[in-house]
Structures are given as C-alpha cells and as structure tokens.
Design a protein around this ligand. Structure first.
Ligand code: NAP
Length: 337
C-alpha cells in the first residue's frame, strides 16, 4: 500500500503492449506509441493529484509510452513537471526505461531577458530546471517549443546539440516550426552530428494548415517524425460541445485557451456532420478524429490530453479502426471545405 494515500502500489498491467501500436519516428530507431499523453492541462498544482495519477497509470497500462511535458505546463508554470516528478517517484520509476519522457523550452518561463524564446542561455538552464522538477537524469526528447525570430537558428540548434552531447537529452525536436525552418534546423543539427528527431505541430480536422504549408513533405525529406498536438481541437472534435458547454469542460473556464467564442454554429455544424460518419464507422467522434490524423504516413503519434480516465480509454480505442475509404475522405473534405 501507498501509506500516504491508502492507494495500492502500482504494478503495470502485464498486457500493456498487446494492443497499442508503435511507429518508428522518422528515420530513427525510436518507436513511439501511436497515442501520446500530454500534460498541458489537468496535471498542475490546481488539479487533483489522484486524478493525474489515475490517468497516468491507465495510460501506461494501455501501452502509452510517450509522456509530453514542457517547462511552462501547469498552472502554475512548472507544476506539471513537479506532478510528473512525484508520479515518477511514487509509481513509475521502475518503468523509466519503458518510457519516453519529453519536455520543452521556448515560451515565457521566468522574468528577465533569459527566460523566454531560443537563446542557448535560456534553453540549457531551462532543461536543468526541468530535470530537477521531474527528478530525472535525462529526458528522452528535448524540444525547442517555438521559433524565435531574433536568435540565430545556429545558436538554438547548438543548444539542442549540447543537450544531447551532455547526456541530458537522448533526442531533440522542434515545435511550431515552419517547413522552411524545420529543414534548416535539421541541416544545422546534422552538421553538429545530431539528428533532428521530430516536429510537434497542431493538426486536426478543424485546423489543416500544416497540410497546406508543406510541413509533411519537409519532415519526410528531413527524415523526421511528427506528433500532432490538440488532435481533438481541445475537445471540440469529441462532440461534447454539440449541445452546449458542459460545466466540467475546458471551455467552461478551466482554461484560457479554449474560449466560448471558439464554439461557433459553423464549428458545431461541421462536428455534428463528422459525428455521423464516425457513427457509421462504429467510432465515437473523438476516435474518428484521431484515426483521421493518424492516417498521414508522416504521423508517428497523436498527442492527446485527457481530464479523466474514461477519455483516455475512449481515445486509445481509435486504434481499432484506422482505415479510411476514398469515399469517406471525399465526404470529410466536403464537410470541412
Ligand atoms: N507544442 C505546443 O505548442 C503544444 C500546444 C498545445 C498542446 N501541446 C501538447 O499536446 C497535448 C494535447 O493538447 P490538447 O490538450 O489541446 O489535446 P486535445 O486532445 O485536442 O484536447 C484534450 C481535451 O479534450 C477533452 N477530451 C479529450 N478526450 C475526450 C473524450 N474522449 N471525450 C470528451 N472530451 C475529451 C478534455 O478536455 P475537458 O474534459 O477538460 O473538456 C481534454 O483535456 C498537450 O497536453 C501538450 O502536451 C503542445
């Protein structure tokens, strides 16, 4: 028993690798679970620890190996990594070598000129802070969180290469980069003997920008994998807002990032129509939305959020049906145009 909380000690489910899919991340030897769990919401100081614990345990039991953090996740910033550190100490430490733990730096983290964007000074100090908060010796992937227009890319990539060479990160990646900058970043890192493993960008049925701007082709060219964040458009693509805003939902005020104004009649019309195709396929709207993202050959993993265990279970079951007919794709494009 866990004496502090009266919760039985965690032993991972022996069948955890039976049904999850694992995909090679670009041209690398690292496989990622096709579903990754993100800690942006629901894991900060203001959230319930036992819920965070239940979601993390269930995720691992379902075969999820990728746990995605960032220095600024919480709220308050830093607290998701602290929660994760506690989870590692209390439950997950025997399984460290079965986990891909990622963190990032790039958004505002501390006051003054060295706590934001992409300087070597910021990135390497932030990585040290993240490792301390999580109680880890290394992370598996360290990301630059967003492009920095004012720091030479050589400097930012030099900091990522240094993170690998110092053993504090096994791999590095970029997030929210344009196709052009992703290619440049990959070339710079290659010159320093480090492979740029992965790009993390938003991609979902309601936001197809990366399809249009050529990111997929650039990543394939660079031998990089991709993970799509907000694949459910923060919950919009689950259909949970089709009949109003549930009290316990992100849009009801649990986050500043999904505003009531985002839930327009036009969005609801599209999600409702997509939900009918999902039902025909025997999927929930959420499962359908995740399968649709995973159909892209470059897609290594969908990076979901979950505020409770039932959502996680619903989402992982997307893997039961990943094929789409040409007719379905045409129908989807028609709804979204
Ligand atoms: N690199 C970047 O700049 C960046 C940016 C954003 C996110 N991310 C990463 O991506 C991760 C996921 O982002 P996200 O949270 O926006 O992803 P998402 O999967 O699009 O949305 C997750 C939210 O949708 C709701 N939800 C999920 N599954 C559901 C289901 N089956 N039924 C009903 N509601 C469901 C839950 O919200 P409620 O229950 O609270 O309504 C949940 O917290 C983050 O945690 C973070 O790791 C990265």
């Amino acid at each position: 028993m866990d004496r502090q909380n009266d919760i039985p000690r965690y032993t991972a489910d022996e069948s955890r690798y039976d049904t999850m899919q694992y995909r090679y991340c670009g041209k690398s030897g690292l496989k990622l679970s096709a579903v990754s769990l993100g800690y942006w919401h629901n894991f900060g100081t203001y959230d319930v620890y036992e819920n965070a614990r239940a979601v993390t345990r269930r995720a691992f039991d379902l075969g999820i190996t990728v746990f995605d953090l960032a220095n600024n996740y919480g709220p308050p910033a830093g607290s998701a990594e602290e929660t994760f550190g506690r989870l590692m100490r209390e439950d997950m430490h025997p399984y460290r070598d079965e986990m891909v733990i990622t963190t990032k730096a790039g958004y505002h983290m501390w006051p003054g000129p060295y706590g934001d964007f992409g300087s070597r000074k910021y990135l390497l100090a932030s990585l040290d802070q993240s490792l301390k908060r999580m109680g880890l010796d290394y992370v598996d992937i360290f990301y630059h969180h967003r492009m920095d227009p004012n720091t030479p890319l050589e400097e930012t990539m030099g900091a990522l290469a240094q993170a690998v060479k110092s053993g504090k990160a096994l791999y590095v990646g970029i997030s929210n980069y344009s196709p052009e900058k992703a290619l440049e970043a990959s070339r710079l890192l290659a010159d320093m003997g480090v492979h740029c493993l992965i790009c993390q960008s938003r991609y979902n049925l309601l936001d197809r920008k990366v399809e249009r701007d050529g990111l997929f082709g650039a990543l394939e060219q660079a031998g990089m994998g991709m993970t799509a964040f907000s694949p459910l458009a923060q919950g919009l693509l689950t259909g949970k807002y089709n009949n109003g805003i549930p009290e316990d939902s992100r849009a009801a005020g649990r986050s500043a990032f999904l505003k009531k104004d985002n839930i327009t009649p036009e969005v609801i019309r599209k999600v409702t129509a997509l939900g009918k195709i999902a039902a025909r396929r025997g999927q929930t709207t959420a499962q359908f939305a995740l399968s649709w993202v995973l159909r892209q050959p470059v897609m290594t993993s969908v990076l979901i959020g979950a505020s409770r265990v039932s959502q996680l279970e619903d989402n992982v079951a997307a893997l039961n049906r990943l094929d789409f007919s040409e007719e379905e794709i045409r129908e989807i494009d028609e709804i979204l145009k």
